[in-house]
Design a protein around this ligand. Sequence first.
Ligand code: TYD
Ligand code: MG
Length: 470
Amino acid sequence: MAKTQSRFICQNCGAEYRKWTGRCEGCGEWNSIEEERVEKGPKAAGGIAGGAKGKTIDFVALEGQSASPPRMISGIAELDRACGGGLVPGSALLVGGDPGIGKSTILLQAVGAMAAKHKCAYISGEEAIDQVRMRAARLGLSKTKVDFAAATSLRDIITTLEASSHEVVVIDSIQTMYADTLDSAPGTVSQVRACALELIRLAKRRGFAILLVGHVTKEGQIAGPRVLEHMVDTVLYFEGERGHQFRILRAVKNRFGATDEIGVFEMGDAGLVEVPNPSALFLADRDSPVSGTAVFAGLEGTRPMLVEIQALVAQSALATPRRAVVGWDSARMNMILAVLDARCGLALGQFDVYLNVAGGLRVGEPAADMAVAAALISAVADKPVPNETVIVGEIGLSGEVRPVGQLESRLKEATKLGFGNAYTPKNGMQAKKKMSIKGLNQTEIGHLQDLVNLFGDDVRDKVRPREGMY
Ligand code: TYD
Ligand code: MG
């Protein structure tokens, strides 16, 4: 007999409790536990003992004829790139991102572009028909053959899709979908889990690609349990700073392609426009060199990308100086400050330090360490990094500069954009001979101290402790 029971489920991590507590022991979140009613079926065929026997499964060799999956190309190159080369039929893709970042816009544009070749459906649980029509008109997609519906009932959607021949289905968003077999409200962990599971199962069975929109929590994770990310084949995050028009679609998981691949867009009056050459965009508006900026030769997925890192170091009026970081890991910046202090005698303890990655990009690579350090030293010394210089290198705790991956493609991108100098780590063991790139003057830096020295001998004098300190 099926029986309904109350369970207390953490809305953050999905941990289950028998009674309510204020703080989830699983993830440490406060006030995230809510009561949900779950239906408990009869216990599944009584463990190993008891119950009917299953049938034996067949094992096969790893070698065999499995063609690589066919792809449905949207024609929006940056989106196809983030998906690893187009949508795979029968696969599930989750798009997460802050509200208003452009998830609905990009997916409407995607189905609009694909509708000529594939039968596409867009099901919205968030917006009314008129709203979506208005958006479609704005995007110039009114004439495309996309089947649109506003619906939230999982039962209705499944019934409809069961009988339809759609090849691409967008569900905007999974948090608004509602399974009437469950008592809990839409958006709760059990609802999200159940709806996603049903829809993905159907997609696999009927062979259509399903694109789910997922809301993110204030911590930036897709709301609902992490299990949602496990259930789908591909997870894309749509990121970007408010106030910047750049949007980045980042693949954080992809069963059919490389992760860390990104697509870059610009939000304009007519929706999202792809940016084929993002380096130029992130470096735009650079005038004559100013102190406190450094250009990092980064790598996003397989794509080299130059970004500007800006630092500001100012005398602090506070007992505990301020540290603020936008677009990079703040713990990593503190580490670099500590290394500058301990290994190079550049003590910035009494200064406020601000760090910013220009253009609203988020850099995750440790290879940016040396560019960050250069921006900091340049800010302290009040001397600009030499003109047309890119910097790359990871910094170890002893101050040594460590080699980074794919140095060559990073530096090639730099020369393409007219940079003539590069500060790089010493070549690693893999590359025996010194790499030489035409038109690029490469300075190898083995220790952070060498980088400090490049800014002159008087850098340290600028950070002499105030009278009475220490
Ligand atoms: P939307 O796709 O609704 O975001 P999400 O689904 O992630 O919540 O994006 C809406 C934002 O994008 C809104 O702030 C307006 C802006 N926008 C434009 O600037 N230009 C456009 O052509 C469109 C359609 C939206
Ligand atoms: Mg939306």
